[in-house]
Design a protein around this ligand. Structure first.
Ligand code: UDX
Ligand code: UDX
Ligand code: ADP
Length: 479
């Protein structure tokens, strides 16, 4: 079979960008991205896409209407496709067996049941959502228990490694593509067919093929290793602050060892995003189910350290502000879980904001890409408007950083947006309450220059020489 038509179930952060790039690189393939949410599909067909991702607008503009389509007609998408990606959401279970740890596979299961109901010809079904090991087996069981005459299924695992904010570059210049399938002749043939799709732009040597379970476990392992690096460097930030070491210098020295490497050693207020915590929880749950408590405890510690880091940072903010933030105006700069995305899932800014609100603070939040409704949702846990009205008494969302900081007792920088480095901190100092405090949770600002302006500055993993005002002594070098 030569793949002529691809359908993707789920037009989210994974399905949308991935299929857009496949359409860009494979003009001979028609790609239809389907979602059950009419609103989402309407946005994908509009000028304002539902997700912000650098470079995505251009790719969609080039391909949409040519060989890339966004549709709610799931039945047609499934029936016409030779290959179907399952890219639906897989949140952590909030009730029942394994709640708080196991992935909720109800959307994956319902996608598989839809395919079983609607397919009238052979399909290669590809699991792309991040899923626990053995999820392919669930898809396989559902499809094979409902096989109709003349319809055969091959199930592949093809995890996506893109990071938000760099999704398009990650997809176009992928370090590797991983495809897992059954070790039967039919399974191997299906693997080769998906390889052919990627070979339109990925060198064959970068396409790795494995058995299904290795592919699924590799995805969890890659995210767990990345998160572990961040927890490792973050664990040292407290040691640096206590001893006078500078975590940036330590990270540089450690990263120079070619066995360790320099990437992903940026100390922070903790990692966020939809994948790291969820995938480690999956790994912990799997280890517990396999009666491996030591393995589960090992990975649990990566998450515990991340919680510790968020709490430690917030505690430092409160203690510095004379141990009370009641009725104080605090400017939160950045709410997304990292720069260049509007995604707030598991963002450390949520933890910081909620703790400060519990202590009675008034928050003034600015983020270049996160919609106000999304911020209210994260702080209330609901899209119900009346709940949002309640929280608006203590939370104001601003259009600019300058507006957010006006009259603030403190600035808490939570996301490393580049535009924060370009702010005029002389101007900001003038409009803040004094003493003016600044907490840089991402280590992106010039702390000595800020101190010369008069700010009391604290950051992560470095004890600053002076935190008092030295305005009189130095020239103002900030823009
Ligand atoms: C280590 C550091 O590598 C070195 O930089 C430092 O200066 C001293 O400590 P060493 O202990 O001599 O060096 O050997 P190393 O090659 O690091 O191996 C240490 C142990 O880890 C060995 O038992 C080795 O078998 C084991 N190992 C190493 C693994 O089990 N897996 C690996 O992938 C690498
Ligand atoms: C991650 C993986 O990188 C990607 O391969 C996988 O497909 C999905 O999960 P993502 O969550 O989008 O991607 O972003 P990532 O760049 O990994 O950042 C995750 C979190 O770690 C962010 O909150 C980021 O700020 C934080 N981080 C990252 C650090 O605190 N320090 C670092 O050095 C790197
Ligand atoms: P991810 O970050 O994994 O891409 P998202 O939550 O951004 O997750 O996107 C998942 C999308 O999948 C959502 O837009 C949701 O509406 C969609 N979805 C869930 N179940 C189905 C289904 N059975 N068919 C089509 N779309 C689905």
């Amino acid at each position: 079979m030569v793949i002529e038509k691809i359908c993707c179930l789920g037009a989210g952060y994974v399905g949308g960008p991935t299929c857009s790039v496949i359409a860009l690189k494979c003009p001979d393939i028609t790609v239809t991205v389907c979602d059950k949410s009419e609103d989402r599909i309407k946005q994908w067909n509009s000028d304002k896409l539902p997700i912000y991702e650098p470079g995505l607008d251009d790719v969609v503009k080039t391909c949409r209407g040519r060989n890339l389509f966004f549709s709610t007609d799931i039945a047609k998408g499934i029936q016409e496709a030779d290959l179907i990606f399952i890219s639906v959401n897989t949140p952590t279970k909030i009730v029942g067996n394994g709640k708080g740890r196991a992935a909720d596979l109800k959307y994956v299961e319902s996608a598989a049941r839809m395919i079983a109901d609607l397919a009238t010809s052979n399909k290669i079904v590809v699991e792309k959502s991040t899923v626990p090991v053995k999820a392919a087996e669930i898809i396989m069981k559902i499809l094979r228990a409902n096989t109709k005459p003349g319809v055969d299924y091959q199930i592949l695992s093809n995890p996506e490694f893109l990071a938000e904010g760099t999704a398009i570059v990650d997809l176009i210049e992928a370090d590797r593509v991983l495809i897992g399938g059954e070790e039967t002749p039919e399974g191997q043939k299906a693997i080769q067919e998906l390889c052919w799709v990627y070979e339109h732009w990925i060198p064959a040597k970068n396409i790795l093929t494995t058995n299904t379970w290795s592919s699924e476990l590799s995805k969890l392992a890659a995210n767990a290793f990345l998160a572990q690096r961040i927890s490792s460097i973050n664990s040292l930030t407290a040691v640096c602050e206590a001893t006078g070491a500078d975590v940036a210098e330590v990270a540089k020295a450690v990263g120079r060892d070619s066995r360790i490497g320099p990437k992903f050693l940026e100390a922070s207020i903790g990692f966020g995003g939809s994948c790291f915590q969820k995938d480690i929880l999956n790994l912990i749950y799997l280890s517990e189910c396999l009666h491996l408590p030591e393995v589960a405890a090992y990975w649990q510690q990566v998450l515990s350290l991340n919680e510790f880091q968020k709490t430690r940072f917030t505690r430092k903010v409160i203690e510095s502000l004379f141990n009370t933030v009641t009725d104080k105006n605090i400017a939160i700069l950045g709410f997304s879980f990292k720069k260049n995305t509007g995604d707030t899932r598991e963002s450390p800014a949520i933890h910081v904001s909620k703790t400060l609100l519990d202590e009675g603070a008034k928050l003034h939040i600015y983020d270049p890409k996160v919609e106000p409704e999304q911020i209210y949702y994260e702080l209330t846990g609901t899209y119900v408007k009346t709940e949002h009205e309640n929280i608006k008494k203590c939370v104001e969302i601003h259009d600019t950083a300058y507006s957010a900081v006006t009259g603030a007792h403190a600035i808490v920088l939570c996301t490393e947006w580049d535009e924060f480095k370009e702010l005029n901190f002389n101007k900001i100092y003038e409009v803040m309450m004094k003493p003016a405090y600044l907490f840089d949770g991402r280590k992106i600002l010039d702390h000595e220059a800020l101190q010369r302006i008069g700010f009391h500055v604290q950051t992560i993993g470095k004890r600053l020489a002076r935190t008092g005002s030295i305005r009189a002594q130095g020239s103002l070098t900030m823009p």
